[in-house]
Design a protein around this ligand. Sequence first.
Ligand SMILES: *Cc1c(COP(=O)(O)O)cnc(C)c1O
Length: 371
Amino acid sequence: MNQIPLVDLKAAHAEVAHEIRAGFDRVLADTAFIGGEEVRAFEREYAEFAGTAHCVGVANGTDALELALRASGVGVGDEVVLPANTFIATAGAVARIGARPVLVDCLPDTLLMDPEAALKAVGAATRAVVPVHLYGQCADAGELAARLPSHVKVVEDAAQSQGAARNGRTPGSGGIAATSFYPGKNLGAYGDAGAVVTDDEETADLVRALANHGGVAKYRHDVAGFNSRLDGLQAVVLRAKLARLAEGNAARRAAAARYDELLAGPVSDGRLIPPVTARGNVHVWHLYVVRVGDAERDALVGKLNAEGIGAGVHYPAPVHLTPAFSHLGHGRGEFPHAEQAADRMLSLPLFPQITAAQQQRVVDALTDALC
Ligand SMILES: *Cc1c(COP(=O)(O)O)cnc(C)c1O
C-alpha cells in the first residue's frame, strides 16, 4: 500500500538534491562550517523574501524566539502574552528567559490568538505579546502593535508562516519575528535551523551578538549571550529550497483549495469543519487542519494511519493543559476555544508535491470513516 505522508520530505529533497550536493562541496572545500559565505548569502536572500531589512540565521526556531524576545527587552520576571493554542516552543522560549507566559484563548474560527483577549491580558509587568501565525496564516500583528501600550513589544512567532502576509504586511516588518527551519516547516533545513527577521538594524545587531556569545567581534563580549549560530551546510540547503519556496507555497494553496472542494459534502452536512482563512491573509498552508467530532477524532486518526495516510494532530494539548506548564495554574475550561479545538482537530497530508489522486484517497478514507 502506498503511504501518503503528512509531509513528503523525500519528494522535496529530490527536487534539490543536485544543487545541495554541489553546495556541500563548496562548503567542504572552504571548511566554512559555522557562518561564512553561504550563511551571509542566505541571510540576504531570506531578508529579501521576508520583506524585512535584516535576517539573522540562528540554530533553531525556539532560539530565534528567545533571541527576539531578549532583543526586545524581555528579561527575568517579565510577562509575555501568548496563545494557549500553539506549539509548546512558544511558551518554552519565554520560560527559558525566566519570564512568565500569560496565556490567552484563540478565536473559534481561525484558531489564531484572540487579539482582544491578548490586549486584556496586558498589565504593568507585560513586556511582549507573541502572536503565533499558526498553520500558515497571519494573526493580526499590525493591528495589535498599533493598539498596545508603548512598553509592550510585538514579537511574532512566524515558524509556520514563511511567505505569508496579512493586509500586505509580512511578519517582522516594522517589528521583529522569529522563524523555524525545522525540516517539516515550509522552508526546511536538513537538521535544526531558524532565523530572526526585523527592520531595525540595532535589534538585528543585538540578536547577532546574543547568538554568538554576546560578541560583536571575536573575543569582544559586550553582553552575556549564548551560542545559537546557523551553519554553512544548512545555509546551502536553505538557499536551494528558498529559491523554490514561493512556488511551493503556491502549490500548497492549490492543494488546500482542492481539499476545500473535495470536502464540500461532509462540510455541508455538518460532519466536518474546514479551516477558516481570515480576511486579508495570504495563507501558506503549513498545515491543513479540519475539525471533527471530539468523540471520533482519535479513532479517525488511527483509521487514516492504518491506511497509510499520515494524518496528525497539531496540537493534542493546549499549552495550559501540558504538565510542563501546569504551574501556571490554569485548569480545563479556562480557554474553551483552544481546548475544544485541541480535542477536535485533525491535520491532513499537505505538501507542494501532493497529487490530486493522493488528495482524493485521503478524502475518500476520511469520509468513509466519518460518523
Ligand atoms: C516549529 C515551531 C517552533 C519551534 O521551532 P524549532 O525550530 O523546532 O525550535 C516554534 N513555534 C511554532 C509555532 C512552531 O511551529
